[in-house]
Design a protein around this ligand. Structure first.
Ligand SMILES: [Zn+2]
Length: 227
């Protein structure tokens, strides 16, 4: 991006953003899917052991299929792609806009002018643009963390439901930073597994970005049953 601005100024930046989107993100699709799939496998194992059921190979195969779908859908959503569950292919849906608002363009232009006047180094310019655009490491970390929580929450409920769990309960960490919505979710107590929690209107954790709540599930009978 820096080379582009140095050469062409900021006028062509929105087109440049589109070009990156059109060329680029789908190459990360499979890699991201794999990472998310690993997270679902981990949470599925936990739920299966909690469920006290003895899963057949057929059942485990069904769980794997569900998780594959959840991971692919979230990977596509994260990268602004569309995942087709029939063909199994991800394509450029451009569901996300690149977020280059006029305000941001003005800010970048100002930074570039200031950089020229004051003779900033390339890494200084890069740092400034990263700060302005909000696409720095922190943002990336937050996005990936939320994607992992999201597939974890979704897959947990799916597997819990498949093993016969009927109710769920959302628990906060109980400190001073818990938000009102999550408090209300907790106050719901045990609710039917596919209903929304009343505070946030969500069905799974994370209830919001950086949510620290966890959801427990309850099965009707405790006996070991084959599924
Ligand atoms: Zn929360």
């Amino acid at each position: 991006m820096i080379e582009f601005i140095t050469e062409y100024g900021i006028d062509g930046l929105p087109d440049y953003g589109d070009t990156i989107l059109l060329q680029g993100w789908d190459q990360y699709f499979e890699e991201v899917s794999r990472i998310l799939l690993d997270a679902t496998v981990y949470s599925s194992r936990e739920i299966l052991s909690e469920s006290n059921r003895e899963p057949s190979d057929y059942f485990l195969n069904q769980v794997a299929k569900e998780n594959f779908q959840i991971a692919n859908e979230e990977s596509a959503a994260l990268l602004g792609l569309h995942w087709d569950r029939i063909s199994g292919l991800a394509s450029g849906g451009l569901a996300v806009t690149w977020g280059l608002s006029q305000t941001l363009l003005d800010q970048i232009e100002k930074a570039v002018i200031q950089a020229e006047e004051e003779g900033w180094s390339k890494s200084q310019v890069e740092q400034e643009i990263t700060n302005l655009s909000g696409f720095g490491a922190d943002r990336a970390k937050q996005l990936s963390q939320n994607a992992l929580s999201f597939v974890d929450g979704k897959s947990s409920r799916r597997v819990a439901s498949m093993t016969g769990a009927t109710e769920k309960f959302s628990e906060t960490v109980g400190d001073d930073h818990v938000c009102a919505e999550c408090e209300e979710n907790e106050a719901d107590g045990w609710i039917p597994i596919n209903e929304q929690f009343s505070g946030s209107g969500t069905e799974d954790t994370p209830h919001h970005p950086n949510c620290r709540c966890s959801v427990s599930y309850r099965w009707q009978e405790a006996a070991v049953t084959a599924v």
